[in-house]
Design a protein around this ligand. Structure first.
Ligand code: PGA
Length: 243
């Protein structure tokens, strides 16, 4: 594990954006695995800044997102389709046909999961996967107890995850109960993984990631076995870890 400690959320975001930008510069036809949530917002902002400053093009890039809520249409304000459009895609020149998220309204959810796995394969696998980490160690929406060998599947969200995400909805009962998520195996197969964590709320999860055992009770722990994992965490997120 390559661990980078930063003083702040801003520094974490800048470092992450630089790593992503370098990747795309070196391989313009990369497949980037993208994440949603509060953590990557600064990274996307910085990536847009570099993109504008360098007057570059991302037209050959493909993106594949980790997850989408079941039951939300693409244009629902809290859908991850909308998040990605609002915070990243609308600022870049990636053709819409090259940006991918699971379809939360698919009638045949199992068929949608199979389609997504096939798509990842057709794209040649993920070159660089950006990840946040849940307070309970989830990656994507793979909650504690998910088997390490899962591929894209429908996950029942835990109460703690629904509570953490309730801040985006008018009330907690509006938070969807299920999501389609890339599985732990699908994530692990990425050639490179960049995991970000910021703030005191993530300190215990980061401590467990760094110091704990590899166990399905803590999904992110499998990443310790990955040959190319970089963790960028700020001081607060590292405040409970002995490093
Ligand atoms: P957050 O979510 O970035 O909003 O904290 C991370 C996650 O739950 O994976």
């Amino acid at each position: 594990m390559n661990l980078i400690e930063t003083v702040s959320y801003e520094e974490m975001s800048i470092k992450a954006a630089e790593i992503i930008f370098e990747k795309v510069k070196n391989k313009p036809a990369s497949t980037l695995g993208l994440a949603t949530g509060g953590t990557p917002l600064g990274t996307y902002r910085e990536l847009i800044n570099i993109y504008n400053k360098e007057r570059t093009s991302f037209q050959h890039l493909s993106t594949i997102n980790l997850d989408e809520y079941v039951g939300l249409a693409d244009d629902h304000p809290q859908s991850y389709h909308m998040y990605m459009h609002e915070h990243l895609f609308k600022y870049l020149d990636i053709p819409a046909s090259q940006t991918h998220l699971p379809d939360g309204l698919a009638k045949d959810l199992d068929g949608e999961c199979a389609r997504y796995d096939k798509l990842i394969e057709q794209l040649g696998g993920v070159d660089l996967q950006l990840l946040g980490i849940g307070q309970n160690g989830h990656i994507g929406f793979n909650e504690p107890g998910t088997l390490f060998n899962t591929r894209t599947h429908v996950e029942t969200l835990t109460e703690s995850t629904r509570k953490a995400n309730a801040r985006y909805f008018s009330n907690q009962s509006d938070v969807p109960t299920h999501a389609i998520t890339m599985g732990i195996q699908s994530i692990f197969q990425s050639r490179e993984i960049l995991l970000l964590a910021s703030g005191i709320k993530k300190a215990e999860a980061i401590r467990r990631l760094i110091e704990g055992d590899v166990t399905e009770d803590f999904p992110a722990s499998i990443l310790k076995n990955h040959a190319n994992l970089t963790v960028i965490a700020d001081r607060e997120a590292l405040s409970k870890s002995t490093i």
